[in-house]
Design a protein around this ligand. Structure first.
Ligand code: HEC
Length: 161
């Protein structure tokens, strides 16, 4: 009996191991799929440094880039009062802007800003309409300079409360 105890032990062990292998025959064969190496573009384009500068001037979160403001200033200088007066800004606003801003400017469709609460300057407004911003499409080439100025004026003088 003295040698039987370890013998039994091994026997049980052998059975346990054998049956264990039988119940899970595929467990060791299946190899985990290798994680697919992601090839991602590591390069991220940096935004122009010019836009950072003017952020403190107005205390605004998203400043209009300086080169856009410069262009807006040129447009404002170039366009004559008579040209602005000749534009039916209300009609143009309904055609081009109301889709997102609503007839009264405060609709805020597609993430558009509430123009009745807008505090931006004429230059910023002209720049934004000319170049676009975020989801707002640019009107460069779509509207005449005088029309862009007239619309900015309309926003400032008629829509703001
Ligand atoms: C496609 C939708 C869309 C159209 C059309 C559109 N806008 Fe906008 N507008 C926006 C969005 C979106 C913003 C906010 C942009 C941002 O700051 O990211 C905005 C912002 C503005 C602002 C700046 C408000 C502020 O205080 O920052 C002005 C001014 C403005 N729009 C005027 C106009 C005028 C004028 C027209 C017509 C010529 C027009 N928009 C047409 C979507 C639009």
């Amino acid at each position: 009996m003295k040698y039987l105890a370890p013998l039994f032990f091994f026997l049980i062990l052998a059975i346990a191991c054998g049956s264990g292998e039988k119940t899970t025959p595929t467990s060791k064969k299946t190899t985990a799929p290798k994680p697919v190496e992601k090839v991602t573009a590591s390069k991220t384009e940096t935004t122009s440094a010019a836009s950072v500068k003017s952020s403190s001037e107005e205390g605004k979160t998203e400043p209009v880039p300086k080169e856009q403001l410069d262009k807006a200033k040129k447009i404002l200088k170039k366009v004559k009062d008579s040209e602005i007066a000749a534009v039916n800004a209300k009609k143009l606003f309904k055609i081009h802007c109301a889709v997102c801003h609503g007839f009264t400017g405060n609709m805020m469709i597609n993430g558009a800003k509430d123009l009745t609460k807008s505090k931006i300057s004429m230059e910023e407004s002209v720049a934004q309409v000319y170049f676009g911003k975020g989801l707002m499409t640019p009107y460069k080439g779509v509207l005449k300079d005088a029309e862009i100025v007239a619309l900015s004026k309309y926003v400032q003088e008629e829509l703001r409360k």
